[in-house]
Ligand binder design. Structure first.
Ligand SMILES: Nc1ncnc2c1ncn2[C@@H]1O[C@H](COP(=O)(O)OP(=O)(O)O)[C@@H](O)[C@H]1O
Ligand SMILES: N[C@@H](CCC(=O)OP(=O)(O)O)C(=O)O
Length: 384
């Protein structure tokens, strides 16, 4: 895996803790229960204290929380249930409400509001739903609300499940434009073998390349309550690093672990990011699905897009060609039919036709709703 693209200055900033980050903190069942059969509320409040301190330093925090199944099992008195998907869904359905209530109460101690997001893979594979989920996540963060995310276990069937919160946290990191993903678990990091069964296993401090040799080291869960094990943490690290997110696996019960990791201290196992988060998404725009339509823009919009780094506003659109849905990739041409850029359209072609040439503040009046002023946001655009 290529070395991180962070400049020395950025790395010094991070080391000095001066830079602020968007950080996804994934908290596994093993961290939240301390290996017991109950949620460890004392440790949960310690985790919240660390997150509250980071927020006071300007960092944005996204929580991906496991523990719904454990909370459901605890609340129902550890019933003997068949080992089926329906049983897991039952426990999660009972436990999720109690889990989110715990987070609500604990963040409330610090005067911090939380927003629950329950996702399935279907929410992330479909571009329109992906954009909706991203808009919501960004809106929560921009309004000082901590998103608390879990898989929507109660409804997620095998076909649409992410399946584990390690992989979910990587997808949430991409969704939220995070630059750090902290996979908190019950081990100090990734070891050369499972330390539970191999006392000679040694901690791996830094990973530059995730290859089959490394994957062989990472076993599944043995804690009984967890789902992912180290194997899913490596999968998550691979996905997140490709999108430019630095990933660290560390012990969620180590003192000040979240604070130290945000400050760039060498704790746990660090996976170097491949490229900056935005480039990861832009790579998808260029190399992803074929463009679903074309948009022609006027000379003013050409200048704004090419020279001012602006988003494309409806006012600058003169023609809409093809049929596409919100979230699909389209091509952008000037009036002489020269290809200028590609971007993810925030409006369907049917809506785009209606708002073409209109001022942004007229969109809601024309459509009865709006998905923001930009027809194509700069962050979702690649200028050729
Ligand atoms: N190479 C490895 N290094 C560290 N832990 C490993 C390794 N291989 C397997 N494991 C197991 O993975 C477990 C952590 O995964 P898991 O039980 O799913 O925890 P969590 O609930 O935090 O996701 C560890 O407790 C350990 O038993
Ligand atoms: N969504 C499930 C957690 C699934 C999961 O990945 O658990 P873990 O391996 O403990 O992070 C729950 O809330 O219990």
């Amino acid at each position: 895996m290529a070395d991180s693209k962070k400049s020395n200055a950025q790395q010094q900033d991070v080391a000095a803790g001066a830079a602020t980050h968007t950080i996804v903190v994934k908290l596994g069942t093993s961290v939240l229960t301390g290996g017991t059969l109950k949620l460890d509320r004392a440790h949960m409040v310690e985790l919240v204290r660390q997150c509250a301190m980071l927020r006071s330093q300007g960092h944005k925090i996204i929580i991906v929380t496991s523990g719904a199944i454990a909370a459901g099992r605890e609340h129902l008195g550890y019933p003997e249930l068949p080992k089926t998907m329906a049983s897991k869904q039952l426990l999660a359905a009972v436990g999720q409400g109690r889990l989110i209530q715990e987070w609500e109460t604990l963040f409330g101690i610090y005067g911090i509001n939380i927003g629950q997001m329950l996702l399935t893979r279907a929410d992330l594979n479909d571009r329109e739903r992906y954009l909706n989920a991203r808009d919501m996540l960004v809106a929560l963060l921009d309004n000082g609300i901590v998103p608390v995310v879990n898989e929507n276990d109660a409804v997620a069937t095998t076909e649409i499940k992410v399946g584990d919160n390690d992989n979910l946290s990587a997808l949430v990191g991409i969704l939220g434009g995070a630059d750090k993903l902290l996979l908190m678990t019950d081990q100090a990091g990734l070891f050369t073998a499972d330390p539970r069964s191999n006392p000679d296993a040694e901690l791996i401090h830094e990973v530059h390349t995730i290859d089959d040799k490394l994957r062989k080291l990472a076993g599944g869960t043995v804690g009984g309550l967890g789902t992912g094990g180290m194997a899913t943490k490596l999968q998550a690290a691979e996905v997140a690093c490709r999108a430019g997110i630095e990933v660290i696996i560390a012990a969620g019960r180590r003192v000040d672990v979240i604070i130290d990791l945000a400050a760039g201290k060498a704790v746990g196992t660090r996976f170097l990011p491949l490229e900056s988060p935005l480039e990861g998404r832009k790579q998808w725009i260029l190399a992803g699905p074929p463009p679903a339509g074309d948009i022609v823009i006027d000379d003013g919009a050409v200048t704004a897009v090419q020279q001012k780094g602006s988003s494309l506003l409806a006012k600058g659109i003169t023609q809409v060609k093809g049929t596409f849905e919100r979230g699909e990739v389209v091509r952008i041409f000037d009036s002489k039919n020269v290809l200028l850029a590609r971007g993810i359209s925030r409006y369907s072609s049917a809506d785009m036709v209606k708002i073409a040439g209109k001022h942004s503040h007229d969109i809601h009046q024309v459509l009865g709703y709006e998905y923001g002023h930009a027809a194509i946001h700069r962050d979702d655009m690649v200028v050729i």
